[in-house]
Design a protein around this ligand. Structure first.
Ligand code: PMV
Length: 285
């Protein structure tokens, strides 16, 4: 049996989601597959798979193989996808809610921090409005005109979450104000995404990016790609995920898409083709 789970991209609301504010995440067409194998063929970082087997493997000794359609560098959520896919392989009949709870517990045990938005995307798929411990709500969206640019720099999510936490201790009011403002942006974006008003969603991404910059999680390379995308006519652009590196995202109308992709490439980024709003974890065969 083979199980696959999608990768994810944060559209809006990163970091603030750690402090109880909403975010919007989309599952992407690039998937990670886990199957039972003759010989072990696992990712170098076995912690998530081993924890999943420890939780639901009933003491069985099993050999697994994992294949990932995306590089672990992009920040597309390979850890949460491999955890969710392995759990589903062990208990194909588990409900999505059971999968989510077990996978989020494992990710928290290993990483110590995280909102669980990536686990939700891997389990439920689609495009989700997500609030930690409160809401996992699918949004009815039509095609999101998303362009993705990789900076070439791998970022460390846990370090960035800790950096923001430290800032929040030092400047509680400032960081709270920023998170609250991001939360408001996400609330408006939730409606505009359903309406397919990409021009407005693009503006909201720009506003979100300003707050992320204030939090100190953007980087020179991210800014270069974002500026390039916007100069080429994108509706808006921002970093996606923890920041520091990984990917930026932009929204572009069909007539601007090629120009935006070219601008990102010229600014030193690598365009990654993904289809958003992909299906959640599933049995392949
Ligand atoms: O680096 P990523 O793509 O896993 O995104 C991290 C997003 C944060 O909001 C910073 C952390 C989290 O778990 O929500």
């Amino acid at each position: 049996m083979t199980i696959s789970a999608p990768g994810k991209l944060m559209l809006l609301g990163e970091h603030a989601v750690v402090y109880g504010y909403p975010c919007i995440v989309t599952a992407i067409s690039q998937r990670l597959e886990v199957s039972i194998a003759e010989a072990d063929d696992m990712p170098k970082d076995r912690r998530f798979v081993d924890a999943a087997i420890g939780a639901w493997g009933d003491g069985k000794d099993m050999k697994l193989s994992a294949k990932c359609a995306f590089s672990g560098c992009y920040g597309f959520g390979s850890s949460s996808a491999v955890t969710v896919a392995t759990l589903k392989l062990l208990r194909p009949d588990a409900t999505n809610r059971q999968l989510f709870d077990a996978a989020y517990t494992i990710v928290l045990d290993i990483q110590g921090v995280g909102s669980g938005f990536d686990v939700a995307a891997a389990v439920f798929g689609g495009t989700l409005y997500y609030i930690k411990n409160k809401a996992i709500e699918p949004l009815a969206v039509k095609d999101i005109p998303l362009v993705v640019g990789y900076t070439g720099i791998k970022s460390n999510t846990v370090d960035l979450i800790k950096m923001v936490a430290k800032k929040r201790e030092e400047y509680p009011e400032k960081v709270e104000r920023i998170c609250k403002a991001i939360g408001k942006i996400v609330e408006e974006a939730r409606m505009k995404i359903i309406e397919g008003d990409w021009e407005r969603v693009g503006r909201l991404m720009d506003f979100n990016q300003e707050y992320l910059r204030d939090l100190g999680v953007s980087s020179e390379k991210l800014e270069a790609l974002i500026t390039a995308a916007k100069a080429a006519g994108a509706y808006g652009a921002k970093l996606s995920g923890a920041g520091g590196g990984d990917c930026m995202i932009a929204l572009a109308s069909p007539d601007k898409r090629a120009g935006v992709e070219e601008a990102i490439t010229r600014a030193g980024g690598e365009v990654v083709h993904v289809t958003p709003n992909a299906e959640g974890v599933r049995v392949e065969l």
